[in-house]
Design a protein around this ligand. Structure first.
Ligand code: TNX
Length: 532
């Protein structure tokens, strides 16, 4: 196995285009080691592993002060992807990198024509030759995915926010790539601890690198209500005023939230808002006494217990409340899905839970959206369009198999694999351990298409990595739990199973370390990964 070695700028200059490419990819790709170059090879280390990547031994494209980014004439979206790429490359290279409409064999071209039909809605083709880089896709989302791959063909220091020395050689390669699953999600709990708009944007930029296309925001819970609802203003005024541990909490105004959604969209990520119902609602119950069965508002809660709160199932005002909230949230959501929670409603009886969901599911539909929910919500047999999110700790889940038989397609977030808030091992200071320790290999080594017994691959919509924030208070802590496990889950969502190989994955992951260092990402240096 070739080890990844960062080319020093001197070695890079000396070797230039004669550099051999070494492929450190999954089993589907052919590893090629050119004998010629005696000096440090530049390996190819792409996460998530592409469907096909054929290296061009000895070929590199050098980004220079004269490089232009050409984008599909007439496409505003392609131009936006070009501007995004320029935004990534300009600070470190110091190059101007003008983004201009057109197609050219030279420089970097982002084109919406001529892509192989296999790329589908989110895939791309990428070619790096001596003359230039050409990315072709059928959509801007595909171009954006191709841009993420291109970043990883350039030296890690390109990720720096300050000017670095070149050379800026991209490894010669021909890539054909597209995702295994349509849903490749990350979830951030902004309720237990509040995260500012800038902190969430930072996370969006980090997950976008790994071709994640959904950000599920857990906006409400016992400890806080984080999204302004104009018809129920006390939800945030009172209900957003604290968090776990008693800190000041916070919330997003609707304008701030719109800005977040637009920022995510500019990274081809759809925000899925979650309003957790009917449990996990202490912040709402504390904000409006009338939502409580006994009419008495409980105090705000800053601990980390779960399962003690419930909306009052038999009060009409409950459904007026839910209707108002879902209407406002739907209006802020360009995506199709609203997540209505449904987990751990431990003080709601099953008949009450079903009665509640039977009233709430039609409200989601009325506001033009499709319901997602934690797996418990299948108790209410939602229609086939609904998306159950499996978070169990077992691989036997008869309720998921039954839901699949009714037509529901499931998102997998098994807590023992995909929960980014689980500690890596007994020494991890942050996080919880109720689902067990989860080191990087645990997070990586499972097949979403064959994980739940008797659940057919065709019933799997995708994967999602939840990050609950009981113990996390800032971006550095979020990053420590998410990296390097989030890229593992992202790869399970994107890469064909034929590329799955822990020994190769950990090498490719190791190559991300210098990128995270250049970006200032506070990753956990797991001893399982051969960091360089
Ligand atoms: C379970 S998983 C929860 C959350 C907690 C999490 C902590 C799920 C749907 N509910 O309320 O934050 O465990 O790991």
């Amino acid at each position: 196995m070739p080890r990844r070695v960062e080319p020093t700028s001197r070695a890079g200059r000396l070797l230039g285009p004669a550099l051999a490419a070494l492929l450190v990819l999954g089993a589907a790709s052919t590893a090629v080691a050119e004998p010629a170059a005696p000096e440090k090879p530049v390996p190819l280390s792409i996460v998530p592993a592409p469907v096909k990547a054929a290296p061009k031994p000895g070929v590199t494209y050098s980004l220079t002060g004269g490089t232009r980014i050409h984008t599909q004439p007439g496409s505003r979206e392609a131009k936006q992807v070009g501007e995004y790429l320029a935004g990534v490359l300009r600070p470190s290279t110091g190059f101007r990198l003008p983004v201009v409409p057109g197609a050219s064999g030279r420089g970097i071209s982002l084109l919406l024509t001529g892509a192989d039909h296999r790329v589908g809605k989110e895939g791309y083709q990428l070619d790096v030759t001596r003359r230039g880089v050409v990315i072709r896709a059928r959509t801007a989302a595909g171009l954006f995915a191709g841009v993420q791959t291109l970043r990883q063909l350039l030296p890690a220091k390109v990720e720096s926010k300050t000017r670095q020395r070149g050379p800026w050689n991209a490894t010669g390669v021909s890539v054909l790539d597209y995702p295994r699953y349509e849903h490749r999600g990350a979830m951030l709990d902004v309720a237990r601890h509040f995260f500012s708009v800038d902190e969430v944007k930072r996370y969006i930029d980090q997950i976008a690198q790994y071709k994640v296309n959904r950000l599920h925001l857990h906006l409400t819970d016992d400890q806080g209500w984080r999204l302004e609802i104009k018809s129920w203003p006390n939800l945030t005024k009172h209900g957003g005023s604290t968090e776990v541990g008693g800190g000041p909490g916070g919330f997003y105004t609707q304008d701030q939230y719109r800005d977040l959604v637009a920022y995510a969209a500019s990274r081809h990520i759809e925000v899925i808002p979650e309003i957790d119902l009917p449990g996990h609602t202490n912040a709402a119950l504390s904000s409006y006494a009338e939502l409580n069965c006994d009419g008495v508002a409980p105090p705000l809660y800053t601990g980390i217990e779960v399962g003690f709160s419930s909306l009052c199932i038999d009060k009409d005002i409950t459904y007026k409340f839910v209707d108002d909230v879902l209407r406002e949230v739907a209006a802020l959501t360009p995506g199709k899905h609203l997540h209505i929670g449904g987990d751990e409603a431990l003080v709601t009886t099953d008949p009450d839970f079903i009665k509640f969901m039977d009233k709430v599911l039609p409200l989601v539909r009325k506001h033009g959206k499709v319901a997602s929910g934690w797996h418990e919500f299948v108790k209410a047999t939602p229609d086939a369009s609904a998306v159950p999110q499996f978070w169990g700790t077992k691989t036997v889940a008869a309720d998921m198999v039954a839901a699949a038989a009714r037509g529901n397609r499931i998102v997998l977030s098994p807590a023992t694999k995909a929960y980014l808030d689980m500690k890596y091992d007994e020494n991890t200071k942050l996080g919880l351990k109720w689902a067990g320790y989860t080191d990087v290999e645990d997070a990586y080594d499972w097949n979403p298409g064959a994980y739940v017994q008797d659940l057919p691959e065709s019933a799997v919509r995708g994967v999602e990595a939840p990050l609950w924030s009981e113990t996390l208070t800032n971006s550095a802590e979020v990053e420590y739990m998410a990296f390097p496990r989030l890229p593992a889950i992202a790869e399970l969502g994107w890469s064909p199973w034929s590329t799955h190989d822990w020994a190769k994955f950990k090498e490719r992951l190791a190559a991300q370390g210098p990128r995270w260092k250049a970006q200032g990402v506070n990753f956990y240096p797991s001893p399982q990964v051969p960091w360089k």
